[in-house]
Design a protein around this ligand. Structure first.
Ligand code: ATP
Length: 497
């Protein structure tokens, strides 16, 4: 991880150079870097665990009519593609209007499965079942049986692929087990790899703790901590959810965002889900639109993907990882190398819902350093207290890149890393954080409120947009200890009708 992380800033700076790559290649490189970083983190966990333990220690059939989703794992950073992929006839559908008819799912045709599922060799070797990276090669129509054949599922198509797994939509074809299953389920098939399997155990434990909590995608099986297995892959079976928020934004946002009533409903549900996480001492640590699932009628949202979850007061919480959480949804304290708390999830929720309203990523930094610049542009400078904490962490942890420096007087300077537009060379600038006037707290500041007001549609009342902006700003306090408590956020006037 040390190598990956110390290279990160350099790589990303390199990626800003026009001669280096296209935007798409940059995104791919970034996705690859994240994958490596995550694997590295898992290996570290595995090594720590080992060090602390004693030494002895069927035939395809036609299911093209079932709507399935394309893989979505890189959408988080493909917002430009997202805007270009405008929808047609469904675009006029307003999910919160009572006058509209139910939406069809033309963008989820079975045809799209062909790129996500595979044909298989006849040799019954592991490579017939797995691809080179250990992902399960699902075949449409094949039967997967679990719990000594008491449950049989038929593969309908792949709906998602992440760092850890392939998520497959399945129909339940027979079930004589004691757990009742709905006709359609989501099967999360973990990659065939010991480290991934261990990480899946973290997800399983977390989901067992959260069982029955509203706003969390229900884990149907296993019902205990004994993992289910199929051809060397750990399996988790969930309630199937038709969409995620990235899909919804793509479908209805038209690059201009969702309606304020929709955003309000999702925001309230996510804050309520976060209170359940807090109650159980769990930090999700990867909240983003892709990991927020949406019901087929668009009314309910649920958090998914607990593969990165951190249990409060566990050794994992004190691990400093400035690359935790996908970058656009990453809280400033993570970038600054401070210990992650529940407040990082509140940040990610606020950034995700602001994106739903704006139809655009809120803080679009290409590196941690650019993220800090974006934060200060929108929200003003960091307090001296937070910067001092950051500088202490820089001394303690070599992974934490120093982003600020003391200067004359009581102020700090921001060490901005940019690329010279003409020469393409890396340029380091020292930006003063000293406020010039009360209003202009940071050079070039564009307050978030202004951006939200600009995005407001004719149907949105200015008063409610102001309330939304006020709540967002309280959720996005740069100092995590100053972020609004969840209970207070849920009582905010934005939610009073
Ligand atoms: N219950 C579900 N119903 C429908 N789709 C789902 C469900 N769970 C997950 N998905 C889809 O599959 C995608 C990948 O799932 P998930 O994020 O859990 O996998 P992962 O391998 O842990 O990914 P990551 O790389 O984000 O860690 C999600 O973004 C979502 O679109």
């Amino acid at each position: 991880m040390d190598v990956d992380e110390s290279l990160d800033e350099a790589i990303l700076l390199g990626l800003q150079d026009d001669t280096f790559v296209t935007e798409e290649q940059r995104q791919e490189a970034e996705a690859e870097r994240r994958r490596k970083q995550r694997q590295q983190r898992l290996l570290q966990l595995q090594a720590a665990e080992e060090a602390s333990s004693p030494p002895n220690k069927e035939e395809p059939s036609n299911h093209g009519s079932i709507p399935v989703r394309e893989p979505l794992n890189h959408f988080a950073e493909k917002e430009d593609d997202m805007k270009q992929n405008g929808e047609d006839e469904d675009d006029e559908f307003d999910m919160f209007s009572s006058s509209v008819s139910p939406v069809g799912h033309s963008d989820k045709s079975g045809d799209k499965n062909s790129s996500n599922t595979h044909s298989r060799g006849d040799h019954n070797h592991q490579e017939d079942w797995d691809d080179a990276e250990g992902y399960y090669k699902a075949v449409i129509g094949e039967t997967i049986s679990v719990l000594d054949d008491s449950i049989r599922l038929r593969v309908a198509g792949v709906v998602g692929k992440g760092v850890f797994s392939t998520v497959i939509q399945c129909s339940t074809i027979s079930n004589t087990s004691s757990t009742s299953l709905p006709p359609i389920v989501a099967l999360k098939c973990i990659r065939h790899n010991e480290t991934m399997a261990k990480a899946a155990m973290n997800e399983l434990q977390t989901l067992q703790k959260l069982k029955g909590s509203p706003g969390i995608v229900p884990l149907l099986l296993p019902t205990t901590l004994t993992p289910l297995e199929h051809r060397g892959h750990v399996l988790l079976i969930f309630t199937y959810m038709e969409y995620n928020l990235r899909d919804v934004l793509q479908k209805f946002g038209k690059g201009v965002g969702l309606s304020l009533p929709a955003v309000r409903s999702y925001f309230g549900q996510l804050l309520a889900a976060a209170t359940h996480l807090q109650k159980h001492g769990i930090i999700h640590a990867d909240i983003k639109p892709d990991n927020i699932l949406v019901s087929s009628d668009f009314s309910v949202v649920q958090l998914a993907d607990f593969g990165s979850a951190i249990h409060v007061n566990s050794p994992e919480q004190s691990q400093v990882t400035p690359y935790l959480v996908s970058r656009f949804y990453r809280a400033p304290e993570i970038v600054l190398g401070l210990t992650p708390t529940f407040a990082i999830d509140l940040w990610s929720i606020a950034v995700s819902v602001a994106e739903l309203f704006l139809g655009d990523v809120v803080f679009r930094g290409r590196s941690n350093n650019e993220m800090l610049y974006e934060f200060m542009q929108h929200l003003g400078p960091f307090s001296n207290r937070v910067i001092r904490q950051h500088l202490v962490q820089c001394q303690k942890f070599p992974d934490v890149v120093q982003q600020f420096q003391a200067s004359e007087g009581a102020y700090y300077v921001f060490l901005q890393q940019t690329v010279d537009a003409v020469s393409g060379n890396a340029v380091h600038k020292r930006l003063s954080l000293q406020p010039t006037t009360e209003e202009q707290k940071f050079p070039l500041a564009t307050p978030l409120k202004q951006r939200l007001l600009k995005a407001k549609s004719a149907n949105d009342s200015k008063k409610i947009v102001f309330q939304f902006a006020d709540l967002l700003q309280k959720c996005l306090a740069l100092d995590s200890s100053k972020r609004i408590p969840l209970k207070e956020a849920l009582r905010h006037e934005f939610f009073q009708k």
